[in-house]
Ligand binder design. Sequence first.
Ligand code: 3PY
Ligand code: MG
Length: 268
Amino acid sequence: MGTGSQGSAAEFARRVRGREAVLGYWVALDAPPATERLAATGYDLVVLDAQHGLIDDRAVLAGLTAVDAGASVPGAPGAVGVVRVAANDPTPIGRALDLGAAGVIVPLVSSAAEAAGAVRAARYPPDGVRSFGPLRSGLRVGPAPAQSNAAVVVLTMVETAGGLAEVDATAATPGLDGLFVGPNDLRLALGAPTPDDPAFDEQLEAALVAVREACAAAGIAAGIFTTSGEEAAQRLAEGFSFVCVSGDLAHLERAARDELAVARAALG
Ligand code: 3PY
Ligand code: MG
């Protein structure tokens, strides 16, 4: 097993709140044996994407269990499981946490008021409105409500026009641990016709500076989704501390294509 504390929710929260670099892997496929292996490779967190990934409630349960299994592989440094929930709603947020997530990434948050709602959904009273029923998290996150409130990490996504316009107020939301940029949606929100239109690079980079500055002023983590180690390294150098490097589906496709090209080259 890893260091134990390295992979615990409380230790992960300490690192995120200290704005230490944490590196994530993005999982969209419901393939627990692959997720287990990915969790043993050295990433600090594995994100299960329940918004766009093929990840329903049962897959969240299987995926989080797989992350914990991977984190306990001898020699593995230990990763925690985090869920990008389907929506900013207390039900999916509470369920992801009940199923054992160390934290949640909440999509499409467009105002400070919406961010405050996400924070409340993730915390038990008196800090929030989470209902008590920690079916799986009772084994490892907290488990007492106050301990769970302290350990669970909440990041809201900046990926809408409203979210960008209110970025300073949102970053200052009490109890929020970080902002997480969704570059695809954010570029569309800036008016781009496609999520990778280079004509909007400059506007996107300006938005990223605004997010980083808002996070720095509020003393919370600045997070972002990237698609390669190279891009992740660039974002870390710029000051993002919570970076999801790349993901399973992208890697599978890339590796399959690259290996095929190598093999086909022999055919001339
Ligand atoms: C985005 O880029 O919009 C995301 O939500 C990250 O997957
Ligand atoms: Mg998005």
